[in-house]
Design a binder for this molecule. Structure first.
Ligand SMILES: Nc1ncnc2c1ncn2[C@@H]1O[C@H](COP(=O)(O)OP(=O)(O)OP(=O)(O)O)[C@@H](O)[C@H]1O
Ligand SMILES: [Mg+2]
Length: 248
């Protein structure tokens, strides 16, 4: 299992300073979330942990080792799920195993197992165009989980879903995470979602992104969105993001 450490990281794209001195650690098995305004560098942080981007200053470490390239132990689920339209559910989910040259028989067993977990048994032979939005999202989560990753990086995974599917998916994610030992980092615009899911919530400032505040909660799961503890934490995060009310 993996501890992820972002060690005094700054990032520039040309002249554009995107991240400024970001420093935080996600412990093994922890569920962390980042909220922050659009363009503040959240996806860039995730891409660095996934090994798809390098820091301009500082370093990103997994169990003390510098991350320099992608690794199947750290899986990123993108903002837009990118399923192959010409592949069935089975073949989309099994794609990473194919690349890893896992034999067909073992592949089939692992794919079936994970499809069962995400509630998609029976849809093996469907194509993405024949699935609902929520089902497509579950396929992309299954595609990550089938690799048994130690670190799951989620970039706005439910952004495109309707509110009801979103709530269901949140519960499913907690079920999958519990007892798995996975370290999770979730990027979300949805403060409610962050409070519902995460142990630790980092708030980022507008670009250049910095961590402006860290919130931790030990609220028991399943969490009650109407409890005073939940509402209070949501308020604190809103205040931290400085989303004011408007005057007429
Ligand atoms: N490969 C790249 N080359 C140049 N600039 C980039 C690159 N990737 C990201 N950026 C810039 O970095 C900034 C942060 O982008 P990033 O995608 O990390 O933001 P974000 O916080 O995820 O935003 P959103 O909430 O809208 O997804 C943006 O201004 C973007 O234009
Ligand atoms: Mg983003």
């Amino acid at each position: 299992m993996q501890t992820i450490q972002i060690d005094r990281v700054s990032k520039k794209f040309g002249q554009l300073e995107v991240l400024s001195d970001i420093d935080f650690t996600i412990e093994k098995g922890e569920f962390a979330a980042i909220v922050g305004p659009s363009g503040c560098g959240k996806s860039t942080v995730l891409r660095m942990i996934a090994g798809l981007e390098t820091a301009s200053e500082g370093q990103v470490l997994a169990n003390g080792q510098r991350i320099q390239k992608p690794d199947p132990q750290r899986v990123l689920i993108f903002q837009e799920h990118a399923l192959y339209p010409w592949r069935t559910v089975d073949d989309n989910v099994g794609f990473g195993l194919e690349l890893a040259k896992v034999p067909a028989k073992e592949r089939r067993i692992r794919v079936n197992e994970v499809l069962e977990k995400v509630g998609l048994s029976g849809f093996q032979s469907y194509y993405p165009s024949q699935l609902s939005g929520g089902m497509k999202q579950r396929v992309s989560i299954a595609r990550a989980l089938v690799l048994n990753p130690e670190v799951l990086l989620l970039d706005e995974p439910y952004g495109a879903l309707d509110a009801i599917t979103r709530l269901t998916m949140q519960n499913e994610l907690i079920k999958l995470w519990r007892g798995s030992g996975m370290t999770v980092l979730l990027i979300t615009h949805d403060i409610d979602e962050a409070v519902y899911l995460a142990d630790t919530i980092y708030v980022m400032s507008p670009r250049p992104g910095r961590i402006t505040e860290k919130f931790q909660t030990a609220m028991l799961r399943p969490r009650d969105r109407n409890s005073s503890e939940f509402v209070k934490l949501r308020h604190q995060i809103m205040d931290s993001l400085d989303i004011g009310t408007y005057s007429i």
